[in-house]
Design a binder for this molecule. Structure first.
Ligand SMILES: CC(=O)N[C@H](C=O)[C@@H](O)[C@H](O)[C@H](O)CO
Ligand SMILES: CC(=O)C(=O)O
Length: 290
């Protein structure tokens, strides 16, 4: 889920609620709040709590709410984890701390402090290309041994690694596919579902894709993944992915403001091409009967 700001760039609770409400009607099972797409890393702890509070007020009980609580300092992450628990969220999740090149032991300690601070389930967020930290198999195995660690979101590109982690974690260990461009590949290699940054502008299409896979309609699934990928390729061609996604939502009457710098805004000069892209998404959604 993206964050929603007012026109001055402050978190806007009403807009957050409107966005959460929109997703509740699309078929998705949950919201991942404050992650990469949610710009949690660009917000103060208070702002992250404000976003979560608005989400919970709007869709608590309707959707599973997974909260990204990772911050650079362990202390702040723990504070956010406790707040997520008090808010009634369903699970917490975190990336490693960034900037410092941390040892495996340091990252493990960072995550463990959050886990120990609450009784909520924990989902590891493994995104090596953005954090520079490569989750090793031994660390994954140690983490997955704990009942409280219920899964991992795999944002790296290797579906082989995804499959290896699934096998190491066992049947009841959830693996979420990260790269939207290979959702189908991830599912085929054992992912139980997905959490992704472009679902926010085409949630119905990913639900249909997931259904095709579950029903073993692999030709249809492949064709849809390829068409989704044409859309993602275009989304990635704008000054920022989330800026493009937020502008598309705005064309649908859902205002979420611009992303926060250093993520670049997507200006008016892109309006015509975004109108066309939005049409492409909506036409494909209609074609899929979703
Ligand atoms: C690095 C990153 O943020 N990856 C996201 C989550 O895994 C993806 O969902 C991408 O946003 C998406 O695949 C577009 O490239
Ligand atoms: C992109 C994504 O999965 C996230 O919001 O973390």
């Amino acid at each position: 889920m993206y964050s929603a700001y007012d026109d001055s760039g402050n978190v806007d609770s009403e807009r957050v609620k409107q966005l959460a409400r929109y997703y509740a009607g699309t078929g998705v099972k949950g919201l991942y709040v404050g992650g990469s797409s949610g710009e949690g890393m660009l917000q103060t702890a208070e702002e992250r709590m404000q976003v979560l509070h608005a989400v919970m007020e709007e869709v608590k009980g309707e959707l599973k709410i997974l909260v990204h609580v990772g911050a650079n300092s362990t202390r702040e992450s723990v504070e956010l984890a406790k707040h997520a628990e008090l808010s009634g969220a369903d699970a917490i999740s975190a990336v490693p701390s960034i900037y410092y090149r941390l040892s495996e032991k340091a990252v493990e300690t960072h995550w463990q402090k959050m886990i120990d601070a609450v009784s909520l389930p924990f989902i590891i967020y493994n995104t090596p290309q953005t954090t520079g930290f490569h989750l090793s198999m031994p660390l994954l195995e140690r983490m997955a041994k704990q009942d409280q660690v219920i899964g991992v979101k795999m944002s790296g590109e290797s579906t082989f690694e995804l499959q290896q982690f699934k096998e190491a974690g066992g049947d009841d260990f959830l693996v979420f596919n990260g790269p939207d461009e290979q959702f189908l590949g991830g599912r085929a290699m054992g992912a139980d579902g997905g959490i992704g940054g472009t679902y926010g502008v085409m949630p119905e299409l990913f639900c249909v894709l997931d259904r095709f896979f579950s029903e073993n309609k692999l030709d249809e699934a492949k064709a849809l993944q390829f068409r989704i990928n044409r859309i993602i390729k275009k989304l990635l061609g704008y000054p920022s992915l989330y800026g493009a996604c937020k502008s598309i939502l705005s064309l649908r009457g859902i205002e979420t403001g611009q992303p926060r710098l250093p993520l670049l805004p997507v200006g008016e000069e892109f309006r015509a091409s975004l109108l066309e892209l939005n049409r492409e998404i909506q036409d494909l959604t209609a074609e899929m009967g979703a």
